[in-house]
Design a protein around this ligand. Structure first.
Ligand code: ADP
Length: 282
């Protein structure tokens, strides 16, 4: 799937602006952005549910998707829900058993959906989306509201789908931490735009590449950082944090000392995901 200069919106308002992205088979992509950034709007355009205002969406023949709530019939069993979908899509019922096993619902298949937990419903929703084994699977906030156990199950499910069917899976979330363990690529969005795309390796490197420097006072630090050409940093309670900056700690210390600051500690630390994300969209 390829998006070229895609803009999408409602009425005359453009929400999603100038998106250029390539998605490959066998990879899991995470679209990260705060609520209201335009992730759902973009996903709808990718599925063809929403027309683009400009640009192009080149897509595969088969796309499965779960956007917002899975539309499940709660008074029917998990099996029935899948059977009805298979019937509508003219897909062999034989696939249903395999799907139920894949999403870990084989023992709950005969229970009514209203007795399912949120995680089970979500897994059934995903099973519905992958009936017919689509080449691309698009999931909007599939992890939202799940407990840690549920998150782990869904994560393992994505990994099996990638391994078994070489699917391209595109997942959105407003919580980076939820996607960190499962995605091969991370697409950061803010206010309708893609602000950064990182591979798993790049993200890991950025997360460990936080430098902490403890000093005796913080007035005038902005000036020091300007001299050093450091842009991504924060100062709070006499602690400077440098985020993913390509600069040697000793150069920073040297400048600080020159400018009459006392440095009591300096070390590299791992950032937490949310802190990183917050800095990224700042
Ligand atoms: P996200 O999925 O990142 O939370 P959305 O794509 O749902 O973001 O929404 C992006 C923006 O588009 C929001 O400001 C939202 O209010 C607006 N929006 C969403 N749906 C509609 C609609 N049907 N009509 C007008 N504006 C909408």
């Amino acid at each position: 799937m390829r998006l070229t200069n895609v803009c999408v919106g409602y009425g005359i308002k453009t929400i999603v602006k100038d998106i250029n992205l390539d998605f490959e088979k066998g990879k899991i992509y995470g679209i990260i952005g705060k609520n209201g950034t335009g992730k759902t709007t973009l996903m709808k355009a990718m599925m063809g549910l929403k027309e683009v205002q400009s640009g192009f969406v080149e897509k595969e023949n088969t796309i499965g998707a779960l956007i917002e709530e899975p539309g499940l019939l709660k008074d029917r069993t998990g099996y029935d829900n899948l059977k009805i979908k298979a019937m509508m899509e003219e897909i062999d019922y034989g696939e249903i058993k395999e799907l139920l096993k894949l999403v870990g619902l084989e023992n709950a298949a005969k229970r009514k959906v209203k007795s399912y937990s949120l995680g089970m419903r979500q897994r059934l929703g995903i099973a519905m989306a992958i009936i017919g084994k689509p080449e691309v699977l698009i999931l909007d906030e599939p992890i939202n509201g799940l407990d840690p156990e549920g998150i782990k199950d869904i994560r393992n499910l994505f990994i099996s789908l990638r391994e078994k069917y070489n699917m391209c899976i595109i997942i959105s979330s407003h919580i980076l931490e939820e996607l960190e363990k499962v995605c091969d690529k991370f697409i950061f969005m803010n206010e309708g735009r893609v602000i950064s795309v990182k591979s798993k390796e790049e993200l890991r490197e950025d997360l460990v590449n936080c430098t902490i420097i403890k000093i005796n006072k913080e007035d005038g630090i902005d000036k020091v950082m300007k001299k050093l050409n450091v842009k991504k940093y924060s100062v709070e309670k006499n602690v400077i944090k440098l985020y993913g900056e390509d600069i040697e700690i000793c150069d920073v210390i040297e400048q600080l000392v020159k400018d009459k600051y006392k440095v009591s500690e300096a070390y590299k630390s791992r950032l937490n995901c949310e802190e990183y994300f917050f800095k990224m969209i700042r």
